[in-house]
Design a protein around this ligand. Structure first.
Ligand SMILES: Cc1cc2nc3c(=O)[nH]c(=O)nc-3n(C[C@H](O)[C@H](O)[C@H](O)COP(=O)(O)OP(=O)(O)OC[C@H]3O[C@@H](n4cnc5c(N)ncnc54)[C@H](O)[C@@H]3O)c2cc1C
Ligand SMILES: NC(=O)c1ccc[n+]([C@@H]2O[C@H](COP(=O)([O-])OP(=O)(O)OC[C@H]3O[C@@H](n4cnc5c(N)ncnc54)[C@H](O)[C@@H]3O)[C@@H](O)[C@H]2O)c1
Length: 479
C-alpha cells in the first residue's frame, strides 16, 4: 500500500497508556486502530508510577530498618550503615519481570481482538483527522471519524552546557539501570527527584540533590516542603537555591558539575528530574488543526474535546495536572462521550489530590496556605502532629523523638470561615497518601467541617486518629 492510500477507521487512539483503557467490547461494532510507538501501558506502567513505587517499597524497608535500633530492634545497623544492603539485580528483576509482562500481555490481548488493529509506530497529523504513522515497514496513512490523543509527556533535559556529554539518566532510564552507581547527583527536587533520591539513598547510593528553589517539593504547602527538606537532608546531601551551570566529562568517564553558586561536584551519574513536557509538539498538531499552547499542551473543553470536531485528548497530553488518576478519569470521560454523543459528561478537575511517595510521605488536596491567603480567604488553620496521637507514640523511640520520617509528620487543614468548608488538606508522615482519603471525600462533596469528626467513629489507636483530631481542632478554630 502506498503512503497516499489511507485506511479509514471509526476510531483511532494514539497512545496506549491511559488511551488503551478506552477500547472495550462496547466498541466491537466499530473498526478501531491503536497506535503506539513504545510498550503498551505508557509511562505509568513502564517507567513511572508502578516501577517507582515498587522501588520505593524496597527503600522503605531499608529505611525502616535504620530506625530499628532506636526502637530496640536489631536490624543489622553498624556505624550508621545497614550491613545487609539492597540486592539491586534481584530488585530490578522483580520490578522489570512484572511490568514487562504486563506490557507484553496488554499488547497481545489487543492484537487478538478482531475489531482492533494495533500499529507500532509514531503518529502525526497530515490533515484534520488524517494521520501518518511511521512504522518499521514504512508509512501508513489513517483517516478516522474519531481520534483520541493520549500521547502523554516526556522528561525534560535542560540545555545546560555539557550536560548531554556527561553520563546522565532520566526517569525513563533509571528504572532499568544495570548497576547502582556509587554516587549520583539528582537534579530537581520535585516529585520525581524527591521520590527517586529516597529510593537511591535508601538502597545505598551516595546522593546529592540540587534544587533551584529554597526547598524540596516547592509546589506543596510551605511547611510540608520544609519538613521534607529537613528529612531529606538527614539522609542525603541537599543543596537548595542552586542550579547546574555547566557539566564536563572527566577522563575517567565520570562527571564534573559546576553549580551556579561556584561550587564543583564530582559524580558518577546525573539523574535529571526537572520536569516533564507534553508530547503534543511531536504530533504536527497544526496540520491537524488541533489547538495547543506553546509547550504542546493540547487545549480541551470540559468534555475533553479539542478544537477539531471528533478529536479528543486526555491525560498528560492535555492536563496541567499530569497525574495518572487524572489521566484515568479523563479516559473514562472520553470513553463515555464516544459511546454517548448525545449525553456528554464533564471532566471533574476541581479537587485533584496528589501524593509524593518519598519519606516522609506527602499527600495534599486543595489549596496550600500560601495560595489560600493570596486569594484573600478568611482562613481557619489547624495542625495536628502525628507525635501527639496514640499511634505516634508507637512510632516514637522516646517522647522527644520527632524524626521526620517517623513520628515527625502532621496533618494541616484549612477552612474558609465564610462557608465552614475545607479548602485545603495536607498530610505529611507515614501513610499520608492513605490518611488523606476522608479529607478528599469531604472537600469533593462539600461536607461541612462542623460535625464531620463527630459524625463517625475513628478506630483507636489507628493512624487515622491524627485526621480526627485535626478536624476537631479545625472545628474549634471555626467556632
Ligand atoms: C517516575 C514517575 C513516577 C510517577 N508516579 C506517579 C504516581 O505515583 N502517581 C500518579 O498519579 N502519577 C505518577 N506519574 C505520572 C503518570 O505516570 C502520568 O501522569 C500518566 O502515566 C499519564 O498517562 P497518559 O496516558 O496521559 O500518558 P502516557 O502513560 O505517557 O502514555 C502515552 C503513550 O503515548 C505514546 N505516544 C506518544 N506520542 C506518540 C505518537 N506520536 N505516536 C504513537 N504513540 C505515541 C507513548 O509511547 C506512551 O506509551 C509518574 C510519572 C513518572 C515519570
Ligand atoms: N507521586 C506522583 O504522583 C508523581 C511522581 C513522579 C512524577 N509525577 C508527575 O511527573 C511530573 C514531573 O515531575 P518532576 O519531578 O520531573 O517535575 P516537577 O515540576 O515536580 O519538579 C521539578 C523540580 O525541578 C526544579 N528545577 C527545575 N530546573 C532546575 C534546575 N536547572 N536546577 C535545579 N532544579 C531545577 C524545579 O524547581 C522543581 O522543583 C509531576 O508534575 C507529576 O505530575 C507524579
Amino acid at each position: 500500500m502506498s503512503a497516499q492510500d489511507a485506511t479509514h477507521y471509526d476510531l483511532v487512539v494514539v497512545g496506549a497508556g491511559s488511551g488503551n483503557t478506552i477500547v472495550d467490547d462496547r466498541f466491537s461494532h466499530l473498526r478501531v486502530a491503536i497506535v503506539e510507538r513504545g510498550p503498551f501501558g505508557g509511562t505509568c506502567v513502564n517507567r513511572g508510577c508502578i516501577p517507582s513505587k515498587m522501588y520505593v517499597h524496597a527503600a522503605e524497608l531499608a529505611t525502616s530498618a535504620l530506625r530499628g535500633p532506636a526502637l530496640g530492634v536489631a536490624t543489622g545497623l553498624e556505624n550508621g550503615a545497614l550491613q545487609a544492603g539492597a540486592r539491586w539485580s534481584q530488585l530490578r528483576e522483580r520490578v522489570l519481570g512484572r511490568i514487562d509482562q504486563v506490557a507484553a500481555d496488554g499488547e497481545e490481548y489487543r492484537r487478538g481482538l478482531d475489531f482492533v488493529d494495533v500499529l507500532t509506530g509514531t503518529a502525526r497529523f497530515t490533515g484534520p483527522r488524517r494521520l501518518v504513522v511511521e512504522t518499521e515497514e514504512g508509512e501508513r496513512t489513517l483517516t478516522a471519524d474519531q481520534v483520541v490523543l493520549a500521547t502523554g509527556s516526556r522528561p525534560v533535559v535542560p540545555d545546560v552546557p555539557g550536560l548531554h556529554d556527561v553520563p546522565h539518566l532520566t526517569s525513563d532510564t533509571v528504572m532499568r539501570l544495570e548497576e547502582l552507581p556509587r554516587r549520583i547527583v539528582v537534579l530537581g527536587g520535585g516529585y520525581v527527584g524527591t521520590e527517586l533520591a529516597h529510593v537511591l539513598s535508601g538502597l545505598g547510593v551516595a546522593v546529592l540533590q540540587v534544587e533551584g528553589e529554597d526547598r524540596l517539593l516547592s509546589n506543596q504547602d510551605r511547611e510540608v516542603g520544609e519538613l521534607v527538606s529537613r528529612a531529606a537532608a538527614q539522609r542525603w546531601e541537599v543543596r537548595l537555591g542552586v542550579r547546574l551551570a555547566e557539566a564536563h566529562r572527566t577522563p575517567d568517564g565520570s562527571a564534573e558539575l559546576r553549580l551556579d553558586d561556584g561550587s564543583v561536584v564530582h559524580t558518577d551519574l546525573v539523574l535529571v528530574a526537572v520536569g516533564r513536557r507534553p508530547n503534543g509538539d511531536q504530533l504536527d498538531l497544526d496540520a491537524g488543526g488541533v489547538a495547543a499552547d506553546d509547550t504542546g499542551l493540547i487545549e480541551v473543553d470540559e468534555h475533553q474535546r479539542t478544537s477539531v470536531e471528533g478529536v479528543w485528548a486526555l491525560g498528560d497530553a492535555s492536563s496541567t495536572q499530569p497525574l495518572k488518576h487524572v489521566a484515568n478519569q479523563d479516559a473514562r470521560v472520553v470513553q463515555h462521550n464516544l459511546l454517548h454523543p448525545d449525553d456528554l459528561v464533564v471532566s471533574d478537575h476541581r479537587h485533584v489530590p496528589n501524593a509524593v511517595f518519598t519519606e516522609p510521605q506527602v499527600a495534599a488536596v486543595g489549596l496550600t496556605e500560601e495560595q489560600a491567603r493570596e486569594q484573600g480567604l478568611d482562613l481557619a488553620v489547624a495542625r495536628q502532629d502525628v507525635a501527639d496521637t496514640a499511634y505516634g507514640w508507637a512510632l516514637q523511640a522516646d517522647p522527644d523523638d520527632d524524626a521526620p520520617s517517623g513520628p515527625g509528620g502532621f496533618v494541616k487543614l484549612l477552612a474558609d470561615r465564610s462557608t465552614g468548608l475545607l479548602v485545603g488538606a495536607h498530610v505529611v508522615g507515614p501513610m499520608a497518601a492513605t490518611l488523606i482519603q476522608p479529607l478528599i471525600q469531604a472537600i469533593s462533596n462539600d461536607v461541612a467541617v462542623r460535625g464531620l469528626a463527630r459524625s463517625q467513629y475513628w478506630i483507636h489507636p489507628a493512624p487515622t486518629e491524627v485526621v480526627e483530631t485535626a478536624l476537631l481542632a479545625l472545628e474549634e478554630e471555626l467556632s
